[in-house]
Design a protein around this ligand. Sequence first.
Ligand SMILES: C[S@@+](CC[C@H](N)C(=O)[O-])C[C@H]1O[C@@H](n2cnc3c(N)ncnc32)[C@H](O)[C@@H]1O
Length: 448
Amino acid sequence: MATEKNPVQELEQLQDLINSSLDIVKKNITENGDPPLTLKTVEPHPIYSRNDPHLAQALRTVSSSAQMLRALLDPNTFLNDITYGYHDETALLVACQADVPNLIGDTDRHVDEIAAQAGLNPDKLGRFLRNLCNSYIFEETAPNKFANNALSARFKPEGKRAIVGHCADEARVSSCKSWEALTFPEYKDSTEANKAPFNIAYNTPLTYFQYVATERPDIGIRAKKAMAGKGFNLGQYLSLYPWESQKGAKIVDVGGGIGAATFPILQANPDLRLTVQDIPDTGPEFQKNLEQNFPEISKAGRAEFIELDFFKSAPIKGADIYFLRHVIHDWPDAEAIKILSGCASSMSAQSKLLICEHVVCPTYRSADENSTAEKGSSSEARFVAPEPLLANWGDAPTSRLDLQVYTCLNAKQRTKLEYQALVEQAGLELVKVWRNLGDETILECRLR
Ligand SMILES: C[S@@+](CC[C@H](N)C(=O)[O-])C[C@H]1O[C@@H](n2cnc3c(N)ncnc32)[C@H](O)[C@@H]1O
């Protein structure tokens, strides 16, 4: 007998997923005696930094289900949202350039006052702010009066506004040239770092990093602040790797920028020491970040900066851990292998190389490719989203970052198998994949 099809099966599956996951969220908030979960307050809610895998899974399930539900129930609106969505990014750029979150402060203010302080036309500014209110960024409290809320208040620190500037300005201008880069004969099959959409947009033969260092230090410095400002779920990030068991270890953060990825690790683990190595113009911003934001690490002399061009020389020898976060994704294979080989030449048999990146997982279900952990790992199942969601939970942050590094540097995010092949060409072996439900993965490598 043929099984009868349930015409609302996907809806029911989504309904169950949302209900059961929201129950977990509500229970967690109640049991922890948390403040109300609402967009109306400006304080970040503790639920977002709680390191609880069960809760992380519930939160991710709700947001992936909500995304699918919107696509399923109202396709036109959903697609129009994507088509016209660039205005949201522009509106955010306007609000950040004008520093509206800090101009508003802790009370609601009329757009005439905000615009006067920003030197802008009030009617035009108000229209951009209203667009953001539709995405729950700012709250319109009365005609033409705006207040901060949980989301807009996140843009008060400079680093948070810098990431919007970096993405909505030079990266987006470059992204608009993607079609040309995909079709121009000298660009389409190139793997050179200076054959990216960025090079067409800025009409330069220099790579993004060369160009911002020599021609536009203003956007170069903003991009470094942006790395620190992008922010991550700190609890999830710190729990990716057992830092607490690396007693007294010396970490060399290669291409470590202003220390955005490693200062939080040092702050949570007081016996770790750090050397950040990066191109010379990064030094002053590193020092500023260290002294202003991590004074206790600075006073204890636990962190230093040493200049390095990783294409010309290897990082310093003798470290326990070499750390590469969001560096390999900036480069095509040939350059990535050079950087990894440099690290390998400085490593001893005891050193580890930790590559911290977003790892690409497919949207379809495949036992092999959805897995970023070792085969047979019992914890693997929770990394694959439940039906009817896409197997990778609709991992937009990873594919957006993939397109971002293509846009700026003709580079790519990679799958676990691609990383494995890459590190082997540099004389290294991938020994373990550390993962949780956050965006980042750590690939632990040793000398072969
Ligand atoms: C995407 S940022 C990542 C920064 C940092 N690892 C983090 O996660 O915040 C890439 C870094 O690579 C550095 N970089 C680029 N070219 C370099 C080179 N030739 N030698 C050393 N560092 C370089 C940049 O200055 C930048 O700080």
